[in-house]
Design a protein around this ligand. Structure first.
Ligand code: SUG
Length: 448
């Protein structure tokens, strides 16, 4: 049976703004307080989805979350009508209002970790929503993430959903941003590669000095257990703590993998040779031929990688077996990175083509092409069991762009977040969206 990698891209929500909320994420910190353009952000994301669909890739869409999150503000003690909750938070605790308005659920690489059915003990596709426990504004995502994923992948015969891990730093989990799967074919058993930033319980592992390591080894191990992965199908590796301290807050800012290929920066990991040997051996036992492409620091520095998001690219397999790299415009803007990419595609290797996308609105918060998508490998039967409302088509693209044009503002600054009218606009938009995507009631305002 044929199998596919389906990319489900996060649709940018109507409150997209630059809140400066992510310490350790250089772009989020440096663009704090700038005004944003939610309409442009959503259209940039949709343009990427449409382009990939037109290139023949399977493409889906993942709905944004209800923001401002009034229920989250109520849990923090703000009361009264919804408008009063927002007004009081704006007056007494603006940072909390900003956090409750973040459209950060757009970076769906952090929504969950997904294991395809070929890897799991019960032969179902497993999802564990990420607790995103390192940042308050992201820690409030997982209940709705679970609801939306449940509405997209509803059939229990094919799909198993696990709640987020315990919400403590020791089980900090950032989902697929620190997880890659290698395989010969999407439908065959593969090797799942979990990258962690620190260990919560074992002091032998070093930790970064400056910025937080968001993913723990123990969280990755728990996800592997929940998904029923076998030891010979899993490899764990530690991120180099010094790159975390340079702004590599997720492994997908410094490495990307697909099929049999890992594309990574020389400084990305600790004990790289041991890790590569284990990947090679384990994929070899599953019939695959592991290949790695190391980008040397002499050609591209870690700083170049963080600024350009070279590795936050989508590495896609084409029908002829060659690969395509989807990179953000910022790669073209960096001379060393662009030169490296020219050399890479003309070297006769596997990666033959680079396509550039303008995702500036998302990039200014530290979210590139790879952050915006959640990969789900599915066989034909499983793909047919996915809610068809979320699969991208030309008519759906048309409907969603019209929906964005109708409901989104083209400028949002911090003061606008306190406008109770924004809450109404967002709820009206999202209510319509759940009908467009045929999700049913998934948002707190629809359920309570
Ligand atoms: O978690 N930025 C996100 C970016 C996530 C990128 N995802 C991956 N690398 N997979 C984060 O740091 C910034 C929000 C703000 O500052 O307004 C933010 O949440």
């Amino acid at each position: 049976m044929k199998s596919y990698e389906v990319n489900f891209d996060g649709l940018v929500g109507p409150t997209h703004n630059y809140g400066g909320l992510s310490y350790g994420n250089v772009a989020s910190q440096s663009n704090s307080q700038q005004s944003s353009n939610p309409k442009e952000a959503a259209l940039q994301g949709l343009a990427k989805m449409k382009a990939l669909m037109e290139m023949g890739f399977q493409q889906g869409v993942l709905a944004p979350q209800e923001r401002p999150d009034v229920a989250a503000l109520r849990r923090l003690g703000f009361s009264g009508s919804d408008a009063q909750v927002i007004e009081r938070a704006a007056k007494d605790a603006m940072p909390l209002l900003v956090a409750s308005c973040s459209a950060s659920s757009m970076w769906v690489a952090n929504a969950a970790t997904v294991s395809p059915s070929a890897d799991t003990a019960d032969g179902r596709v497993h999802f564990t929503a990420a607790n995103l426990n390192c940042k308050y504004h992201r820690s409030i995502e997982h209940p709705t993430t679970s609801g939306v994923l449940g509405a997209m992948f509803a059939d229990p015969q094919h799909f198993a959903h696990h709640a987020a891990l315990p919400a403590v730093a020791q089980f900090g989990d950032e989902g697929a941003a620190n997880h890659t799967r290698f395989c010969r074919d999407y439908g065959q058993a593969g090797v799942e590669f979990f990258v962690f930033g620190r260990s919560a319980f074992d002091t032998r592992y070093p930790a970064p000095q400056k910025y937080p390591a968001r993913q723990t080894l123990e969280a990755s191990q728990a996800v592997a257990r929940l998904h029923g992965l076998s030891d010979d199908g899993v490899v764990y590796a530690q991120q180099n703590p010094s790159v975390i301290d340079q702004g590599v807050f997720h492994n997908d800012v410094i490495a990307v993998g697909n099929g049999e290929v890992l594309f990574y920066h020389e400084d990305a990991f600790l004990e790289t040779d041991k890790m590569l040997a284990e990947l090679d051996a384990k994929l070899g036992k599953r019939g695959g031929n592991f290949q790695s492409i190391c980008v040397p620091r002499s050609q591209v520095t870690v700083e170049d990688a963080v600024r350009s998001y070279l590795f936050n690219s989508q590495l896609l397999s084409r029908a002829d077996g060659s690969m395509l790299l989807i990179v953000p415009e910022e790669c073209r803007g960096n001379e060393r990175v662009w030169q490296y990419l020219q050399g890479l595609t003309s070297s006769g290797g596997l990666i033959r083509e680079v396509k550039v996308f303008d995702l500036k609105q998302s990039m200014q918060n530290g979210g590139g092409p790879a952050c915006l998508r959640l990969r789900v490998a599915l066989n034909q039967t499983e793909l047919a069991a996915v809610n068809p409302g979320v699969i991208m088509t030309a008519p759906l693209y048309g409907t969603l762009t019209q929906w964005v044009d109708k409901h989104y503002r083209d400028r949002l600054s911090e003061n606008d977040l306190a406008d109770p009218q924004l809450l109404l606009e967002c709820r009206t938009a999202l209510d319509e969206l759940t009908q467009i995507l045929k999700l049913g009631a998934v948002y707190p305002f629809q359920i309570n």
